[in-house]
Design a protein around this ligand. Structure first.
Ligand SMILES: C[S@@+](CC[C@H](N)C(=O)[O-])C[C@H]1O[C@@H](n2cnc3c(N)ncnc32)[C@H](O)[C@@H]1O
Length: 309
C-alpha cells in the first residue's frame, strides 16, 4: 500500500520532545509513522514508542515503514483517548514524552474512497476509524436542521450555515444526499462560487469531518489529565490544524501551568489544584516558510508544548 503523508514540523517536534535512549514515548496519532521514525532513531538503541492510530491503513503503513526498529515500537489500533488502558495492558507506567499530530493525513484525502474530499465522487463517509457506525452520510441525511446548522457554524465557521443546512434538508426530503459530489454541488449552489482559491464546500466538509470523528470531544477528554501519564520533566507536544483545536490545547496547558484555579478574587485557596506542567511555548510555533512552500498542507499547523513539573 502506498501511504502518502509528509510529516509536519519534524525538527521543531524533536527539539521539544528531545528523544533519548532508555526512554518511553507515546505517539497518539501514528499516521504513516514519520514523527515516530525520528523519535526511534534519536532514542537509539533502546528508546521505545507506543504508537496509536484508529485507522487500520495508518497502522499497517507505519508497521511496514518502521519494521527495522523491531520491538522498540508497540502499535495498537485505538483512539488516543484509550491510552491509559493500553499502557496498563502493555505494562508501562509513566512515559517521558507524548506527541499528537491532530487531524487527517494526506492519505485520507488522496485515497478518494474514504469520502473526505469533494474532488473525488464517492459515498459520504469521512470516518477515520472505520469500525465506528456514525458516518457523514448519516449526519447529512438524519441530523436535525438545527444540529446541522450548529456543526457548520461552529466547526466550519460557515457564514451561511443556516442556508446550507436548510438546503440540505430540502434536498434530502426529495432524495438522500449520497455522494461527496452531491453534497459539494448542493453547497456550491447556496454558498456561492469559489471564494478566492477555496471551494465553497471546503468549510462544510471540514465541519462534517470534525463532527463525524468527534475530534474536539476526543481532544478535550485527552487533555483533561494527560499530564498524569508523564514522568516529572516529561513533555507533551501537540500540533493542531484548526483554531478550535488550538484553543483547547492552549486552555488546557494554561490550566496545567497554574498553581491555583479558584475563581478570581478568592482570598483563601480551596481548589486543591497544584501546578501540573510548565509551558514550553508561550505562543504557538508555526512551520517555516520553506516548509510551507514544500508542503502547503503544513500552512495551518500550530505547535504547543508543555513539561510536567
Ligand atoms: C496528521 S496524521 C499523523 C501523521 C504522522 N505524524 C506522520 O508523520 O506520519 C493524523 C493521524 O491521527 C489519526 N487520528 C486522529 N485522531 C485520532 C484519535 N482520536 N485517536 C487515534 N488516532 C487518531 C488519524 O487517523 C491520522 O492517521
Amino acid at each position: 500500500m502506498v501511504y502518502a503523508h509528509a510529516s509536519v514540523m519534524v525538527q521543531e517536534v524533536m527539539e521539544l520532545l528531545k528523544p533519548e535512549s532508555h526512554k518511553k514515548y507515546i505517539d497518539g496519532t501514528l499516521g504513516g509513522g514519520g514523527h515516530t521514525e525520528q523519535i526511534l532513531a534519536l532514542s537509539s538503541p533502546d528508546g521505545m514508542v507506543l504508537g496509536l492510530d484508529w485507522d487500520d491503513e495508518a497502522i499497517a503503513a507505519a508497521q511496514e515503514r518502521l519494521r527495522r526498529f523491531g520491538d522498540r515500537l508497540v502499535t495498537r489500533r485505538a483512539a488516543f483517548t484509550e491510552v491509559k488502558e493500553i499502557l496498563k495492558e502493555i505494562g508501562w507506567d509513566k512515559v517521558d514524552g507524548i506527541f499528537l499530530d491532530l487531524g487527517l493525513s494526506s492519505h485520507h484525502i488522496e485515497s478518494g474512497e474514504r469520502g473526505f474530499s469533494f474532488q473525488v465522487e464517492t459515498r459520504l463517509d469521512m470516518r477515520m476509524d472505520r469500525r465506528q457506525s456514525l458516518d457523514a452520510y448519516q449526519v447529512v441525511n438524519t441530523f436535525p436542521v438545527s444540529e446541522l446548522e450548529r456543526i457548520l457554524r461552529e466547526y466550519g465557521e460557515e457564514p451561511r450555515a443556516r442556508r446550507v443546512a436548510l438546503s440540505i434538508d430540502a434536498q434530502r426530503r426529495r432524495k438522500r444526499v449520497e455522494t461527496t459530489r452531491d453534497l459539494a454541488d448542493l453547497v456550491a449552489r447556496v454558498a456561492g462560487r469559489k471564494r478566492g482559491r477555496m471551494h465553497p464546500a471546503t468549510r462544510t466538509f471540514q465541519a462534517l469531518r470534525i463532527a463525524v470523528n468527534r475530534e474536539l470531544e476526543n481532544l478535550t477528554g485527552f487533555l483533561e489529565d494527560a499530564y498524569e501519564l508523564l514522568h516529572s520533566k516529561g513533555r507533551v507536544v501537540i500540533i493542531s490544524f484548526h483554531s478550535l483545536e488550538d484553543r483547547l490545547v492552549k486552555k488546557a496547558f494554561r490550566k496545567w501551568n497554574q498553581s491555583c484555579i479558584c475563581p478570581p478574587k478568592t482570598i483563601l485557596c480551596r481548589c486543591g489544584w497544584s501546578q501540573k506542567a510548565r509551558l514550553l511555548t508561550s505562543r504557538p510555533l508555526f512551520p517555516s516558510q520553506g516548509e510551507i512552500w514544500l508542503n502547503p498542507r503544513a500552512r495551518s499547523a500550530k505547535l504547543r508544548a508543555a513539561e510536567r513539573v
